[in-house]
Structure formats: C-alpha cells, structure tokens
Design a binder for this molecule. Structure first.
Ligand SMILES: C[S@@+](CC[C@H](N)C(=O)[O-])C[C@H]1O[C@@H](n2cnc3c(N)ncnc32)[C@H](O)[C@@H]1O
Length: 334
C-alpha cells in the first residue's frame, strides 16, 4: 500500500520531534539534505529522533522521500510552525501556573508574546521588518492549515468588496480570492504588516483585486479607506486579541461601515474548554498559550446584536484543531 503524503501536522505531534526539526532546519541540515548535499554526520541523538519521526531514512543520512516532498512544497510553513511551537512549549513548561491563573503575568514572562510584538509592525526599518516577518510567517502558516476547513463556512456574494480587518499579509485573502473570482479585497492592518503584504510575490498576481490599507483599525474610517461600503467585513482570529469592550467597539464600527445589504463574518476559536477540545496533540500547545483569550461565540453575537439591532445573527460551529465558530450578521429579510 502506498503511504499517504506526509503533512505539516504529521511533523508536529511530539515534543522531541518538533525540537529536533527546529534544530535541523535552523542549522541548515534539512536544506543541505534536501538539495542532495552531504552534511557532516549530525549528532547521533538528533539523527535518532529525525529517523523516528520519519524525516530521515533509517539506512542513510538522507531525507525520506515523503519528507523531501513535504519540504519541497511546505518548507516555509514547517519552519514557522516548529519554531513557534518550540517557543510556546518552553513558555508553557516554565510558566504554566501563570498561564492558568494570571494571564497578564504570563504575557509579561513569556517569549510567545514578545514574538507577537505588534509595536514592531508600527515601524518599517529593516530590524522591525525582519521581526514582523517572523510572526507574519507563523500566522500565514497557521492560516494555510485552517483555511481548507473554514472556506466552506464563509458565504460571499459573487461580486463585491470584502474588507478583512486584521487580515495580515494576505494569507486568508489568497484562499478566498482564488475561490471567488468576482470579488475584490482590501486588508486593513498595521503599516509594517501591509508593507510585507505588498512586497509578497504570492500576492502579486491578484493585482488590484487585493489592496492593503495600513493604519490602526481603532481609528480609521474603514469606508473611506476601502473606497466604499464593503459588502463583507471579515474578522479572522482578530477579536480575541482585544478586551471584550474593545472587541465590541470594533464590531460597532463594522456595523457602521458595512454596506446596507452586507454582512459581517467572524471566525474564531471557541473558549478553551472541554466542549471545544476533541483531542490534545502536542501541537495544541500553540493554542494553549492563547487560551485565556478565546471566548464563547455568544460574546460576539451579543455585541453584533447590540450594534446592529435589525440584523440576523447566526453561529455555526466548525471542528478544526479545536472547536471554532463562524458568527455571521446579515440584515433580516423584510
Ligand atoms: C492574531 S493576528 C490574526 C491575523 C490573521 N487574521 C490570521 O487569522 O492569521 C491579528 C492581526 O491584527 C493586526 N492588528 C493588531 N492590532 C492592530 C491595529 N491596531 N490596527 C490594525 N491591525 C492590527 C495584526 O497585525 C495581525 O495581523
């Protein structure tokens, strides 16, 4: 029987496997082996782990065919995911008490939150850009993993303008633009993130269909910036970044700026509770560090109803790495 292709998720299921892969990628070992080069024999324990997780062949200092294929297509995603997971695992191991009991102290102590430093995205000098690129690569890699399970749940008109608030450098936009050839898209995000999005060759072939609007989502007039009332305003994994009151204010802005027959769509993981956790592989450590911030979808649904009283608000559960919810507001049919 032919084994199915290896996936990024297959490589994230064990602590030792993630550490070994991060070391092997960071040292250049994987790149050398992938190019058919001969590396000096790597340390035996590293080789043992890489063989155990089927990255290296058991009979040679070479990559397995399945891993070599995955590396060819997903090197960037793999590098970003193992790098972040290693950081998150170290934070959880050292500061679990704070994580469970006092999110503010956890945020102060953890390297995870230094890594997600939005301040660097306010500037655009080379050091800030390099820092921003690292976490942008991570959220893009995660979005590539999440998108296949979410796209069917996002109902878009055949034509019109989608405004993605906090849409980062375009990862989710690329999936939606590919699927809906009649829509155009604007991303509102911080200046350093928009600069990366504009420079990303993966966005180039969408031309004018994908625009970046740099600024602070709390202050801009989204309608003027987008060049008209958006038909859809989308928030994916953005609102949990904000205290509930500020999240509600962002939704009030969305209700003010969306077109009259438009819709607001929120895609978010649910609260980190048993109801939303079907299994706990090692890779879920990357979600655990954000667990204090995930919410029940009712919080967003209620804020939408308050901001847009005539809207019909629906909530759909989606099971991905954990329970997600797609919350949609549309004008109630007359
Ligand atoms: C958790 S990330 C989610 C990114 C993306 N939507 C995704 O699902 O991967 C939050 C996004 O909000 C952006 N952001 C944070 N504060 C912002 C602000 N004040 N104005 C505009 N964008 C902001 C960040 O740069 C980042 O792209």
């Amino acid at each position: 029987m032919i084994a199915p292709p290896m996936t990024v998720e297959n490589c994230l299921s064990s602590f030792l496997g993630v550490i070994a892969l991060d070391v092997a990628i960071g040292s250049g070992l994987i790149a050398v082996l992938a190019s058919g080069g001969r590396a000096k024999p790597p340390p035996a324990p590293l080789v043992a782990i890489l063989r155990e997780i089927r990255v290296m062949r058991s009979d040679d200092f070479a990559l397995t065919d399945r891993f070599a294929l995955l590396w060819q297509t997903h090197a960037k995603q793999l590098q970003a995911r193992v790098g972040f997971l290693r950081l998150a695992a170290a934070d959880v191991a050292r500061h679990a008490e704070d994580l469970f009991e006092d999110a503010d102290t956890f945020m102060e102590k953890s390297s995870t939150f230094r890594y997600f430093d939005y301040d660097s995205a306010m500037q655009d000098d080379p050091a800030a850009r390099a820092h921003t690129q690292r976490w942008v690569n991570y959220v893009a890699a995660l979005t590539d993993a999440e998108a296949p399970g979410l796209l069917d749940q996002v109902s878009l008109p055949d034509t019109g303008l989608v405004l993605e608030v906090g849409g980062n450098a375009g990862a989710f936009a690329r999936h939606l633009l590919g699927r809906h050839p009649g829509i155009s898209y604007a991303i509102l995000d911080l200046p350093g993130v928009c600069a990366l999005g504009r420079a990303d060759p993966e966005n180039a072939h969408f031309g004018d269909r994908l625009r970046f609007l740099p600024g602070d989502m709390r202050r801009m007039n989204w309608r003027i910036e987008a060049g008209g009332a958006p038909d859809v305003i989308l928030f994916k994994s953005v609102l949990h970044d904000w205290p509930a009151e500020q999240a509600a204010e962002l939704l009030a802005r969305a209700a003010r700026y969306v077109g009259r027959s438009g819709r607001i769509v929120i895609l978010e993981r649910g609260a980190y509770t048993s109801a939303n956790l079907h299994e706990l592989p090692f890779s879920s450590t990357a979600n655990l560090v954000f667990s204090p911030f995930y919410r029940d979808p009712d919080t967003y649904a209620e804020a939408l109803r308050a901001a847009w009283p005539s809207a019909q608000v629906t909530v759909h559960p989606v099971l991905l790495d954990m329970g997600w919810f797609v919350t949609t507001a549309t004008e109630r049919a007359a």
